[in-house]
Design a protein around this ligand. Sequence first.
Ligand code: SAH
Length: 348
Amino acid sequence: MTLKQTIYDLTMTQMEEMLAEYGQKKYRAKQLYAWLYRKRVTSFDEMTDLPASLIEQLKERFVLSPLKLVNKQVARDKTAKYLFELQDGATIETVLMYFNFGQSVCVSSQVGCNMGCTFCASGLLKKQRDLTAGEIVGQIMYIQKELDIEDLRVGNVVIMGTGEPFDNYDNVMDFCSVINSDLGLAIGARHITISTCGIVPKIKQFAKEHKQYNLAISLHAPTQELRDRLMPINHAYPLDMLMNALKEYSEENNRRITFEYILLNGVNDSDEDAKILANLIRGMNAYINLIPYNEVDEHGYRTTNDKIALHFYDVLMKHGVKATLRQKHGDDIDAACGQLRAKHEMGK
Ligand code: SAH
């Protein structure tokens, strides 16, 4: 069976090029974007100001949403976790969170992940393939259509679900371009965050693009030795190489970098760790987001308790480094990255 491409794959430029193949003028791309992302229709037949012949051609070649909902869990704090099935039967997870500043969606960028971080549930299942741009857009669109009922919008997007976005660079950039387009969902670039475990060549490439998307770095350890143990990517791109790439990013872009640091009980949460971490980051245009660990049975790490987490935070602040202590969301459901999918796939 040949699967049709999703039309959500196409950036505005690609949409114009595709329409040119059918002899259509450029303004048709804007019309299509409006139907897809403003009116948020669910079929080509609803696009009443397009010529009937074009609608047939589009239907022949594309589908709209490439996703089917398989499972949805809603936590007490309204955090919702979605398990979607793609056209080829692969499954992915997406999370919706409610904050006082608005609704935030965490999207997956790959089916499974090959980065092998020792604490993460996503890596329990190896990468099957990259997601296309449209399969990532589809995650946002599914949730936006649900939010439409409550007259709410997706205001914030984080690429922190399963997968390594910089291991799927081009599709992730196209995804950002689609959701950022003024003619579509118009999610501000500064409301889109790309989180990477530290693929240095891609960080350098990203730095040169001068995009306004936020860059988050999964650091999780302040020394080469400890990071080597937690994150295999650190063998390929050692900590000093990563920090140099980030200095380059800061020279090219006047944007603050976020460092993510999961607190793992007795592993990376000592006083000494906090001091070394502060020394590493001090002076950079950056802050550290301390993240409570969502325990994953298979891995055996434990969450740092609140008292130690607060102390760690204090040490950073005292040593001149800005930090935030992230609140837990949806901890009564399978909220850890990849947990819902891992359970679903392994239970098959
Ligand atoms: N591959 C990218 C994006 C996906 S992971 C990256 O590494 O940044 C998104 C964030 O969630 C990362 O900081 C990751 O380390 C963190 N994470 C993974 N498993 C977690 C868990 N069980 N609890 C809390 N955070 C977790």
